[in-house]
Write a protein that binds this ligand. Sequence first.
Ligand code: MGD
Ligand code: MGD
Ligand code: SF4
Ligand code: MO
Length: 692
Amino acid sequence: MNKVQTTCNYCSLGCNIDFFVENGRITKVNPTKEYPVNRGFACIKGLSLDKQLDAKRDPLPLVKNGRGEMERVSWDAAFSYAAGKIKDIQARYGAESVAAISTGQLTLEEMALVGHVGRNCLKINIDGNTRLCMATSVVAHKQAFGFDAPPYTLADLELSDTIIFIGGNPVVAHPIVWDRICFSKTPHKLIVVDPRRSETAQNADEWFGIKPKTDLTFLYALAHILIEKNWIDQKYIDEHTEGFAEFKAAVEPFTAGYAQSITGIEAGRLLGLAKTIHEGKAVSLWWTMGVNQSYEAVRTAQAIINLALMTGNMGRPGTGANSLTGQIDAMGSRAFSNTAGMYGGGDFDNPKRREAVAKALGCDESLIITKPTIPYNVIIEKINAGEIKGLWILCTNPRHSWANNETFKTAAEKLELFMVQDIYGDTDSAQLATVFLPVVPGIKKEGTVINTERRLSALRPVLQKQGEEKNDIDVILGIGDALGLQEELKRWRTPRAIFNLMKACSRGMPCDITGVDYDALAGSKGIQWPYPDTNPKQDVERRLFEDGNYYTPSKKAKFIFEKPRDDTPKQSAEFPYYLNTGRGTVGQWHTQTRTREVAYVADVSAEKAHVFINTALAKEKSIIDNDPVEIASFNGQTARFFACLSDTVDYEQLYAPIHYIETNKLTLSLYDSYSKEPSYKYAPVSLRKVIA
Ligand SMILES: Nc1nc2c(c(=O)[nH]1)N[C@H]1C(S)=C(S)[C@@H](COP(=O)(O)OP(=O)(O)OC[C@H]3O[C@@H](n4cnc5c(=O)[nH]c(N)nc54)[C@H](O)[C@@H]3O)O[C@H]1N2
Ligand SMILES: Nc1nc2c(c(=O)[nH]1)N[C@H]1C(S)=C(S)[C@@H](COP(=O)(O)OP(=O)(O)OC[C@H]3O[C@@H](n4cnc5c(=O)[nH]c(N)nc54)[C@H](O)[C@@H]3O)O[C@H]1N2
Ligand code: SF4
Ligand SMILES: [Mo]
């Protein structure tokens, strides 16, 4: 039996799993005992990675023919068709009339390669679907810390005596995080801030069920109390931060009484929470999508950072203002996709970085794109406006996952060229494609991913691809070659070669990985960045900012703040309730293309779109469990769901899991001002029972 250790390519924990293979067949699946993230555990998704092999997939691509039918063609024919069409559209409408959307679920080598072909060689815009997820944290980190750097190591969960989750539900979304909290040997208090009594809130010591989108006021009021009581770390503030005096003045009006009127949390409870933070020896604050997916998300994330800074809860074991990522390689896409910043970080107009990156890539500086991509929402708007005529999507399913998703449908229908690169040909997006490029799943792929705590981990093929099967690298190279880019791509032919290019780009940057050896990463415990070849620290767990130095020019972290916004859609007589959205169950993954193959998941999750409704509201409307209901949204759309009565949502709140396409029919085209991340978690809606 041959053992292959690889990385689960679902969530951002990046658990390692040992697959045992005999005669080309998987015979045993064991979570890797020695891997420091999951230590012998894994969730149902990681244990079921092999199920993605069960789909009867055709290895050959499809191209829409003159009769409007998708026709099976050879790989060479698909590559030359795609390349010809890209060139034709660019010749007629300009370079930027083609765009691409990548993801945080590809390996960093795949993302780097498509970033090179698309951005450098074709001069097109490429955004990541990380925009839907992590853009907020990226901007918050860059502005406050000087670089996009989540500071923690997962071991901090077990070293913390006060664990505060804001807008995160690890019981469902980060099962290994939850596991590590449950088995922590440090006596601790778990506090959850979430308008919904989530699975994590149900298991917490304290739950703050705030009104939706009032986090900023809640956090500023906490800061106000901490300052008023002098429960702050003045030494840390003086030595390692800037902007505190201005912040102090700005939070002055946010009294506990005022906050109560906005957030619905009693003043006394807020005071109690401030005291708990003050008394904690190691306070860690964790946030995910409840914070990131909002119209004032960046400032909310920074309000969390401000709390950690002012109480000296940074850089010490068990502390931190910690953003958990979502997709397996969100961190790889942030640092190595050539989309919003250069490979390894830095701005496209920074002459020194341009020179260094060109040298690392062994190319002329003029080849490197000169500006960041336009964001995801602008790409979709420009397609709808007829300015963008060609779109290539890789490893993402926006017809389902994009906010206000009917706008994606209208966009896709306008495209002259819509290339979908996916492991399944029947996704909601693939059904609109003009070119479908089938690829093998992660279990047959090779490359590197970076998890939520900045840990690089190896993906290694458990099984080899067969016959006509292609992986993502093959397909991107195939299109690149058909475009005539052989010279530009000569250093980019294998995952190892691409990794080494990225390594060279990272030199001297905060995310320096020059000390990582591509081959030695396989079967290892993974390596957290930074890991420079000049001083590779051998410890398995490392956090950032232990010396109090940040990546800003002054080496100090910045207090950043702003008045809460008051210009966004609100509940009204017409739309008296609000729709909250998020993950459903541990076994369900996003648009459910992959997890539908897991029989156990199918057995224990609802087949159709459902919405959680408070029992009192349901009673008022004579709705009982499983009744069909119709929800009308502020965005002008309506959708049908099955009712699921539950007091985990309050009277005004409806909660719809994202795993059904109906949910994003109702979400808004509303974004954070700085990160352009969609405000997925709040839409004013109305509700009625459907009478048969
Ligand atoms: N099983 C499973 N696991 C996953 C995924 C999956 O699809 N399925 N996806 C992965 C990905 S890509 C991501 S990004 C993560 C997401 O992980 P999480 O962010 O933990 O998941 P969500 O359910 O989207 O949202 C978390 C919580 O935010 C709350 N929330 C809504 N509005 C507000 C608000 O105004 N304030 C506050 N404080 N909270 C609010 C919601 O009620 C919800 O409980 O999960 C990852 N893990
Ligand atoms: N309302 C609402 N909407 C949301 C969210 C929310 O909380 N609320 N969350 C948002 C967030 S955080 C995220 S991350 C997005 C996720 O949104 P998407 O990225 O659109 O969701 P997935 O279902 O993960 O899509 C991944 C696609 O890649 C395919 N795939 C899997 N493996 C491979 C591979 O190796 N190669 C290729 N080429 N394809 C592969 C899968 O079959 C699938 O079609 O959804 C966002 N949408
Ligand atoms: S917790 Fe995340 S990385 Fe670990 S097995 Fe589950 S989905 Fe995979
Ligand atoms: Mo995500």
